[in-house]
Design a protein around this ligand. Structure first.
Ligand SMILES: [Zn+2]
Ligand SMILES: [Zn+2]
Length: 288
């Protein structure tokens, strides 16, 4: 995961510079680890870029967002604890975890995250878990299945679950979080997530088939991360490349990066790059 060669890194930089609508300076894209780096502009790290089946050896969805004042996580799938540690990351600067929807590849790692904060990092400061209605109940169920009894132990830090409604701006720990309803069958509300720090905006589609809501979600965003599960034909509940390609002109986001790719989508990467899109991989770090 970390063994990217200098030519890989050069290619990342070239790729991002190509699809940026505004010029990117040589030092603006950082692929090194976050720890110890002063954060001024918003910085987005793709910790996991895989689909639910970890196609291509890619970890489940997890994105780290760093601003000058705080850090947040968007989604923490079942394999995210491994991907997080493999990048040498820690949770100490994280104040908020936002969950797009309640599928295991997006929220299934939360018990591991909370237990690592308790027993690994011995956390003392609060942590907000923000997500769609049902998050608390499903998190409790996941805890009771994976680590029975542990949920009732005394916690060394205060963690709160906050279930939020779409299209309402919530200010949390120095960032504004807004969710948008998308079209994805998960027996609950599936959302895209938009995070702003007053300067830059990061938007993420979550899992969804095409919906015009994505134009609102990504409006004028500095970075829009969009799932594209299928490379060829339409599939239920997920984006396919031909549909996304045909609608690209409608986006006002400055940069668009594709993630959550199945085998058929990974096979179309050259085409996506040619269309001006960036390609996510585990460990990709983008300074906005
Ligand atoms: Zn997914
Ligand atoms: Zn899903």
């Amino acid at each position: 995961m970390l063994d990217r060669t200098p030519s890989d890194l050069r290619r990342d930089r070239d790729q991002l510079a190509r699809f940026a609508r505004r010029p990117i300076g040589a030092g603006r894209i950082e692929t090194s680890l976050l720890r110890g780096h002063p954060v001024v502009r918003m910085k987005v790290t793709i910790v996991g870029s895989g689909d639910a089946f970890a196609t291509g050896g890619r970890a489940h969805t997890c994105i780290r967002v760093d601003t000058g004042a705080t850090s947040a996580i968007v989604d923490f799938g079942a394999s995210s604890i491994y991907a997080w540690k493999a990048l040498g990351l820690e949770f100490d600067r994280i104040d908020t975890v936002v969950v797009s929807h309640l599928h295991g590849d997006h929220f299934g790692g939360l018990p591991f995250l909370l237990l690592d904060c308790q027993f690994g990092e011995r956390r003392s400061k609060p942590l907000a878990l923000v997500g769609p209605p049902g998050l608390r109940q499903r998190l409790d169920a996941a805890f009771d299945t994976l680590f029975p009894g542990v949920r009732k132990l005394g916690w060394s830090f205060d963690w709160q679950v906050e279930e939020i409604l779409p299209r309402t701006a919530y200010e949390r720990n120095g960032i504004v979080v807004e969710t948008f309803p998308v079209v994805h069958e998960c027996q609950g509300l599936a959302t895209g997530v938009r995070i702003g720090d007053g300067s830059e905006v990061f938007a993420f589609s979550g899992d969804t088939t095409w919906t015009d809501t994505l134009y609102d979600l990504a409006a004028d965003a500095d970075l829009f991360l969009v799932e594209c599960f299928s490379g060829d034909r339409p599939v239920p509940s997920h984006m396919d490349w031909p549909t996304l390609r045909d609608r690209l002109a409608g986006f006002s986001a400055r940069r668009i990066v594709v993630t959550h790719m199945s085998k058929s989508a990974l096979a179309r990467r050259a085409e996506m790059e040619k269309a001006g899109l960036g390609l996510a991989h585990d460990g990709l770090c983008i300074e906005l």
